[in-house]
Each structure stands twice: as C-alpha cells, then as structure tokens.
Write a protein that binds this ligand. Structure first.
Ligand SMILES: C[S@@+](CC[C@H](N)C(=O)[O-])C[C@H]1O[C@@H](n2cnc3c(N)ncnc32)[C@H](O)[C@@H]1O
Length: 250
C-alpha cells in the first residue's frame, strides 16, 4: 500500500476553511472549476472530495460520486448532502478506484494531488475509470509560484523539512515541503497526464492574490473579480500557487 496523508478524524472543514479567512481561495477555486467543468454530464466522480465543499458545482450532473480515503470526511459529506438522491458517497483510495473501466464521464480532484506520493499511478487509475471523451479537471499546488521564485532568487528559502532538496522552483521534480505535502512543476504534471493518456485542453491560474496583507486591505469581491479576470491569461506562464487543468481522454 502506498503512503497516504491521513485525514481520518481531522477537523479540516472547521480549521482550514471556516476558521482561517480563506473565502478568497474558496471563491476563486470555485470560479476556475466552474469555468472548466462541462455544463452537463452523466456521471461525475470527485476524488478526495473531503466533506463535499465543492459539491454544489456539480448540479449539471445526473449522478455524482463523492469519494475520499477518510471515512470521517465522507461521513460529513453524507450528513450534509445525503438527502439528495443524485449523490453517492464512497470511501476509496485514489490508487485503487472501485469502478469498472470507462465508468465515469468526468473526474475532479481539487487540493488532493499535493498529498499523493505517486501522482502517475493515480493518473493511470483516473484514465482507466474515465470513458472515452471523458474529462478530468484537477487542481495542483505549483512549485513555480511568485513567492517561491522570489525566495529562490534572494536565497531566502524556508528551512527544508523533508529530504535534502533545495526548493528550486524551476526544477521539474516534485518538492516535498512537509511530509506528504508536495508542490509540482506545471510541466511535470502535464507530462504525467500525457503519459497516462490524458490530453491537456485547458488551464487556469488561480489565487493570484494569496497574500495575507492584500486579503486584509482589498475588498473580497474586488480581489475575486481581479483573480477571475486573470485566470485564463495568467495560465500562459503561470506564477500562482494553484493551477487547474482540464484534460481529456481521447
Ligand atoms: C486538502 S483535502 C481537500 C478536500 C476537498 N477536495 C476540498 O478541496 O475541499 C484533501 C483530501 O484528499 C483526501 N486524500 C488524501 N489522499 C488520498 C488518497 N490516496 N485517496 C483518496 N483520497 C485521498 C484526504 O482524505 C482529504 O479529504
């Protein structure tokens, strides 16, 4: 079994989303996901859905499967959304999805890849369960973001917590900045998708203004609108900490 980041019993929702002033991140991620998701679909799988933060965005889909490795996260999702017959809740590992080949029209994963030790294996599994023509929308943490580049150029890097890597934002290899928390180079992710047989067709750069002082000073609506306006163009040479990609199984 591969190592995994254990969210069992975690207070992720309360601690990360509700107590930390991350409304900006939540709103800009929703905007990116909304712009990349096909308007309609038959069957959508969200992998690593947690408590179902993004579930309302799947309203255009007939059947939505929320899955996560942590039972307690899926239980929270079911407590929130279980009354809606469109949803099914499944405890499942990204490396061994309990579905037959070609079962899904859409797969989504947001804030999950950064916990995976073996992204290529997860991509292979996602490609297997996708139908022909099906889409995979994913978010990942980029190592080539503006703060990391500035720190690197000024030689002001945070202390290394895992291994002996120097945080070089331009090197292609994943960077494990804390145990089971990885930042990825955009090209590395795209190559891994390609190797899994998934063709990248759209990109979004997200969270341009993830800076505490900016978030404090600038009205939220304005910051969100500015980020949305930049998401598409910013993806040409992205320098944001979060990137979204839509890939298709040809
Ligand atoms: C940071 S949370 C993101 C939750 C949700 N996608 C969101 O954006 O709010 C990461 C989630 O990925 C799940 N996860 C981590 N490793 C996994 C794996 N190998 N298979 C399935 N889920 C996994 C965790 O249990 C956790 O719920």
């Amino acid at each position: 079994m591969k190592q995994f980041c254990d969210y069992e019993g975690s207070t992720y929702r309360a601690d990360f989303w509700e107590g930390q002033g991350r409304e900006y991140e939540d709103r800009v991620e929703r905007a990116a996901l909304h712009s990349l998701l096909p308007a309609k679909g038959r069957r959508l799988l969200e992998l690593g859905s947690g408590y179902g933060r993004l579930a309302d965005l799947y309203a255009g889909c007939q059947h939505v499967i929320l899955s996560d490795r942590a039972f307690s996260q899926i239980k929270q999702a079911r407590d929130r959304l279980g009354g809606d017959p469109c949803f099914t809740f499944i405890v499942a590992d990204a490396y061994a999805l309990p579905f037959v080949a070609g079962a899904m029209d859409q797969v989504v994963s947001v804030r999950v890849l950064h916990h995976l030790v073996d992204v290529p294996a997860a991509f292979a599994e996602i490609a297997r369960v996708l139908s022909r023509g099906g889409t995979y929308v994913t978010e990942f943490a980029s190592k080539r973001h503006l703060k990391a580049i500035a720190r690197y150029l000024l030689n002001r890097q945070p202390p290394i917590t895992v291994g002996s890597q120097r945080a070089n934002p331009f090197s292609p290899d994943p960077y494990e900045f804390a145990a089971l928390n990885f930042d990825f180079h955009p090209r590395w992710i795209e190559r891994a998708l390609q190797q899994a047989g998934l063709k990248v067709e759209a990109r979004r750069a997200v969270s341009h203004f993830r800076v505490t002082s900016l978030k404090r000073l600038v009205p939220l609506g304005l910051l969100v609108a500015a980020d949305r306006a930049l998401q598409r163009a910013g993806a040409v040479w992205p320098w944001t900490p979060s990137l979204f990609i839509r890939a298709r199984k040809p």
